[in-house]
Design a binder for this molecule. Structure first.
Ligand SMILES: [Zn+2]
Length: 425
């Protein structure tokens, strides 16, 4: 009996560790499953039409894959090959870094004083409103290119520095342009409820109304976002306001996410569970009840270690407790111009391991396979399995644990997106 072999466009061999993260039941990794990266020694993979058609030990892949004169053969000489990183929480559309503020923060200036000097989110709102769409696009493009060089092949990007219909739409159009021009997967989130803008300080209800009645319907009608996010925090949006904004988004077809319990325990985790939100993110101050509720509801906790690192404070979410409780967990950069000024997912795994006490394997599961579920892209990305997009990285090392351990450098040597090597134009 002969079977017709699919002819590969690309065959990659010499993968000393082929870190597949394959999981036969296709469910998120929790508890001990986070440590199982499904690594194949001396592995290989084959690609056709941008998708993986074979992943396994070298001999098996070579014996079962068809080739032609056009097939591109790449031998990576014993390097680690792993899935492209999935950064499920970023604020990449901004104009300028807040460098004065960084100096003040490291000198110990309290946040209230920084805010009184016009710092914080308000500062970035001023920058974004002053920038043209073309200027924002060009700066954001450069940052996304840098994220790709650091291994990110799927990225979520939020608005939230416009805080008016005009400027929120401007930010989301930048995300849409990048989604259309880049080969990587770009996912948009509307975060009009990031802060109350200065000009509405005396009328917060008026701003909440504008988010609910003007912005959300327009964003949904123009298909500019898949997710709706709210900063639920003392000084930002109350639990009650958060619930109204997220429910109105859900009615418009936008899935809910929450910036929850970052600075104070506002009950954001419980709210995420009761609303059926996709995720609650930050969670530094989440209490045991919140952890339990999220674990039971299957709501993802997105950990943002770069934010604590950059603030600078090493106060972090109780990640070990969350793993033990069986919570679904992911790690993301929270890349933004103030607190987490890094687009490097490898750096996030370093902080998560050294300071949240995750193992390198747990951190990689939370940076690839699990966040694909947060973004609803689990059928496409996050692991190296037949049928998924051929988004993979060739690392400059022979042991995946170096990704976390060897910090402050870029461990990514080559990036392949849908089976083609990424080369910035
Ligand atoms: Zn954030």
């Amino acid at each position: 009996m002969t079977t017709k072999r699919v002819v590969a466009d690309l065959i990659v061999t010499g993968c000393g560790q082929l870190v597949t993260l394959a999981k036969s039941d296709g469910t998120p990794r929790v508890r001990s499953a986070l440590k199982d990266l499904a690594i194949i020694a001396d592995g290989a993979l084959a690609v056709a039409g941008g998708r993986l058609i074979s992943v396994g030990p070298r001999d098996v892949v070579l014996a079962t894959t068809g080739t032609s004169a056009q097939t591109n053969h790449v031998d990576v000489g014993g390097a680690v090959v792993m899935p492209g990183l999935v950064d499920c929480h970023t604020h990449t559309v901004f104009a300028d870094y807040r460098l004065d503020e960084y100096e003040w923060r490291v000198a110990g200036t309290p946040y209230a004083e920084i805010a009184a000097r016009g710092g914080g989110i308000a500062k970035s709102v001023g920058h974004v409103r002053a920038a043209s769409e073309a200027e924002l696009l060009s700066r954001t493009r450069q940052r996304v290119h840098s994220a790709i060089r650091h291994g990110t092949t799927t990225i979520e990007i939020k608005s939230g520095y416009g805080l008016s219909l005009e400027h929120e739409l401007k930010q989301l159009r930048v995300v849409r342009t990048l989604r259309d021009e880049l080969p990587i997967t770009v996912v948009a989130t509307f975060l009009g409820a990031h802060a109350i803008p200065k000009e509405m300080a005396a009328d917060r209800e008026g701003y909440v109304q504008a988010v609910v009645h003007d912005m959300i319907p327009r964003v949904a009608a123009e298909g500019l976002a898949e997710f709706n996010d709210v900063f639920c925090e003392v000084g930002a949006f109350s639990r009650e306001e958060t619930e109204r904004i997220l429910r109105s988004g859900q009615r418009a077809g936008l899935k809910a996410r929450i910036h929850a319990d970052e600075l104070t325990d506002t009950g954001g985790a419980e709210l995420a569970a009761s609303l059926g939100a996709v995720s609650a993110d930050h969670l530094k101050k989440t209490n045991d009840n919140g952890i339990d509720r999220m674990a039971k509801a299957g709501v993802f906790g997105v950990l943002l270690p770069g934010t604590s690192f950059g603030l600078p404070s090493l106060e972090l979410a109780p990640a070990r407790k969350m793993v033990d409780a069986g919570m679904r967990l992911a790690i993301a950069t929270d890349f933004n111009p103030g607190s987490s000024t890094s687009e490097s997912m490898p750096m996030m795994t370093s902080i998560a391991c050294s300071h949240m006490r995750l193992s390198p394997a747990e951190a990689l599961s939370m940076a690839t396979y699990n966040p694909a579920f947060v973004l609803g892209r689990e059928g496409d990305v996050g692991s190296l399995e037949v049928g998924k997009r051929a988004d993979f990285l060739v690392l400059d090392c022979r042991d995946y644990r170096e990704v976390a351990n060897h910090f402050g450098i870029n461990p990514v040597a080559r990036v392949f997106v849908a089976g083609r090597e990424w080369v910035a134009a």
